[in-house]
Ligand binder design. Structure first.
Ligand code: GLC
Ligand code: CA
Length: 748
């Protein structure tokens, strides 16, 4: 972790830096702007001598950005280059400016801070993204220019390189045998997580809660629920995570808290300053008997509940126990930032902001229209029946996200911390809405990544629609709309979305989906247990009383299909560690809080580690591969998307030595009747328009179901690209044994 130690503040003055400009290049006019003249330039007495020497060895001088506020230049030779940035003298030394320097150079994207005048935004030797440099007026920097250093990537771009592993702690590992997973249990399993190759752990809520909604009903934002442990356990957890070079991202639930939260309790009593912490209304046309609008919430009920204490309705986009906070109230905005600060001070590396599209409602309180041709019969409960024009993705919502990003940037600067990420759960099938969360432009950024659910949505499509073609449409819809220089995520399932094997009705194709998740450009988010292909527990009438996810009951509990469709408990079952211990090794309690999925005796970590080939072993292998180029900054190109096949390549245009990979997935088992004998022969010499007709590919990884007699069944095998044969649900990753110029990507 980064130390908070103050840097040596040097006594050097800005004038001295001008002496780094070769004298013949100095222009009187520029100097005048900065109220200098040639005589006022002093020699550099306080800057490190070696640094000056190195800079002076750079015989090429290039002008940088020069304007009213800034004088900048860089010097280079064959081996090194330095950028010197000098901001204008000003009495107002609190205002700062931001510049993009990376456009000045071809090769350099990063600068390592070698020198700075006082009050630097950055610490010395820190790697800075030159597309976004901030400095105060009166300040100056010397950067050593760099291509892509691994240090830099780790401090700033760590979230782009690594796998995010989502855990619901109540179902991961129980340490005190009360049937409820806890932080100490999680600590016991950190080695497993590290060995998976995980970079970042995302924990769903661990805060004090009645747990009517998996902890998303929070009664104290700055505490740990006793079922999970204590704040000290949390401190141990974060240390243990950091000791293993991993990071921790916590769930952050700003949209609503729980009715038990003291803010709501005070609001009920009309106590200041909490009176307007939530959204209150006296009823349609002031009639207390009629809710203000027809708004139906996500949890299957009206968004309004009457409070006899206040004689008013309060708004809740989710359950009635989850009142929405009022983000038009500045006090609320600040309270929420204090919550972030509380967890940041404990060392968390990022936030996954929950339910962001619901943050703000239109304050005109108009009814929402039904969707055109809506077929739902129960309009009192069906969220999907309506166009949420008044309660979703409101213009002011995006401003809140940019405000949080700015808050985090300031925190990073003031505390000299590595980059802290902000991920939002936008959860909208309309990609244009999702994209707005990235912020209006690079100077006013929003989230670092919006959770992209499009693989999960694809898996939720009717089986006959799960074709390679359709998959490609889903994938392209994100890749094409993602703003320049922005980054995405991929995810197949979650605590809200059924497990992959269950959606596919078999786990055969899961390996192919690992390849998508890990090798599409963007950061993969894996829901715990997917690495072994866990299956949902099916909720029937007989066990419906065991449902913990209370919102499911709003949809009517008598209809078996509805139970199955609406409860999310099926994908929240305990992690399946082994088959020798009771409850799959999750707890020794007689009854775990979430019941186990039925298939735990066959599908578990121990079994998969012991077998020759397994989902788990393949997954680990693929994660290792993904640590290297071309998967971080490399390019992506679709090669084929038809009824059965989805295939793409990844390569690096910058790093010649990076391998070129071809990924081929036969989607036949994704919905179309999975027939053992169904196979497809593909000619990739044609598809890639290969100049060398005999080009080969080397098998790097292949799905566990690839037949033993196939040429693809042994890693390292070299195969002819003109005849690749894949049976139903098989997938393979090949390294192309050719140069990128030998293929023609123009019209694929
Ligand atoms: C998000 C969570 C979901 C929760 C809801 C309300 O959508 O992912 O589980 O029910 O927010 O907090
Ligand atoms: Ca416990």
């Amino acid at each position: 972790m980064v130390s908070n130690k103050e840097e040596d503040s040097s006594i050097i003055t800005i004038e001295e830096l001008f002496s780094l400009v070769p004298i013949e290049k100095l222009n009187e006019n520029d100097l005048k702007k900065f109220s200098f003249n040639l005589n006022s330039i002093k020699s550099l007495s306080h800057i490190n001598k070696n640094l000056i020497e190195s800079i002076n060895k750079c015989d090429l001088y290039h002008e940088g950005i020069i304007n009213e506020d800034l004088f900048s230049f860089y010097r280079s030779n064959k081996n090194e280059a330095y950028l010197i940035v000098i901001a204008k003298d000003s009495s107002n030394n609190k205002s700062f400016i931001r510049y993009t320097f990376s456009k000045l150079f071809h090769d350099y994207q990063i600068g390592q801070l070698k020198f700075s005048t006082k009050n630097s935004f950055y610490k010395s030797n820190q790697f800075i993204d030159l597309s976004f440099v901030q400095l105060f007026l009166n300040q100056a920097y010397v950067f050593k220019l760099d291509y892509l250093s691994s240090n830099y990537i780790d401090s700033l771009h760590w979230w782009k390189k690594g796998l995010i592993y989502q855990i619901i702690p109540s179902s991961f590992q129980d340490s005190n045998n009360d049937g409820f997973g806890d932080l100490n249990g999680l600590i016991q399993r950190l080695d497993y997580i590290q060995q998976l190759g995980v970079k970042t752990i995302w924990l769903t809520p661990i805060y004090k809660s009645k747990f009517r909604d998996l902890g998303y009903d929070i009664s104290d934002y700055c505490s740990i629920d006793p079922r999970f442990g204590t704040l000290d356990d949390f401190k141990t957890l974060i240390n243990e995570i950091h000791n293993r070079q991993m990071r921790l991202m916590v769930d952050f639930v700003p949209n609503h808290c729980s009715i038990e939260h003291p803010w709501f309790q005070s609001a009920l009593k009309n106590e200041k300053p909490y009176v307007d912490y939530f959204i209150w209304h006296s009823g349609k046309n002031k009639d207390s008997k009629i809710p203000p609008t027809n708004w139906i919430g996500y949890a299957g009920q009206s968004m309004w509940t009457w409070s006899p204490e206040r004689n008013q309705w309060y708004l809740h986009q989710f359950m009635d126990c989850q009142p929405d906070l009022n983000f038009r109230n500045e006090n609320v905005c600040q309270e929420i930032e204090n919550v972030m600060k509380f967890w940041l001070d404990l060392g968390v590396d990022g936030f996954r902001a929950d339910a962001t599209k619901h943050l703000i409602e239109n304050d005109q309180f108009k009814d929402e229209p039904l969707k055109e041709n809506d077929q739902h019969d129960d309009l009192q409960v069906e969220y999907e029946a309506y166009e949420h024009t008044e309660t979703s993705n409101q213009p002011d919502t995006y401003k809140i996200i940019t405000r949080w990003r700015r808050f985090l940037d300031e925190y990073i600067t003031n505390n000299k911390r590595d980059y802290i990420i902000l991920i939002t759960e936008t959860q909208d099938k309309d990609v244009d809405s999702d994209m707005k969360y990235y912020g209006p432009n690079r100077w006013s950024r929003g989230n670092d990544m919006a959770i992209n659910f499009f693989l999960a949505y694809f898996l939720g499509e009717n089986p006959e629609n799960r074709t390679g073609e359709k998959l490609s449409k889903f994938i392209q819809s994100w890749l094409e709309k993602l703003p320049n220089e922005c980054w995405t995520t991929w995810t197949m399932s979650s605590h809200d979305s059924k497990r992959v094997a269950t959606k596919l009705a078999s786990s055969n194709l899961i390996d192919g989906f690992y390849m998508l998740l890990l090798f599409l450009p963007g950061t993969p988010i894996l829901y715990y247990g997917e690495e072994i292909g866990m299956e949902n527990l099916q909720y029937t009438k007989e066990i419906r009383h065991e449902i913990n996810d209370l919102s499911a009951f709003n949809y009517g509990i008598n209809d078996e299909n509805k139970i199955e469709e609406k409860t999310r408990d099926g994908q929240r079952t305990p992690m399946q560690w082994n088959s020798d211990e009771i409850n799959a090794g999750f707890t020794n309690a007689t009854k775990p809080y979430h019941p186990l999925s039925k298939s735990w005796k066959t599908i578990n970590v121990q079994n998969q580690l012991n077998s020759n080939r397994s989902h788990l072993k393949l997954f680990k292998q693929l994660v290792q591969l993904r640590q290297n180029e071309p998967f971080y900054s490399g390019k992506f190109q679709l090669i084929l998307a038809d009824k059965y096949i989805y295939s793409f390549i990844r390569w690096s245009s910058e790093l010649e030595t990076a391998p070129i990979y071809l990924i081929i997935i036969n989607m036949f088992g994704a919905g179309q009747n999975d027939r053992e004998d169904q196979h497809i022969n593909l000619d990739f010499i044609k598809l890639l328009k290969c100049k060398n007709k005999n080009a080969k590919g080397k098998v790097i990884a292949r799905s566990t179901n690839i037949k033993d007699n196939s040429s693809l069944s042994s890693e390292g095998n070299q195969v002819d690209l003109n005849d690749i044969c894949l049976y139903s649900s098989e997938s393979v990753l090949l390294q192309l044994l050719l140069n990128i110029h030998e293929i023609d990507l123009s019209s694929t």
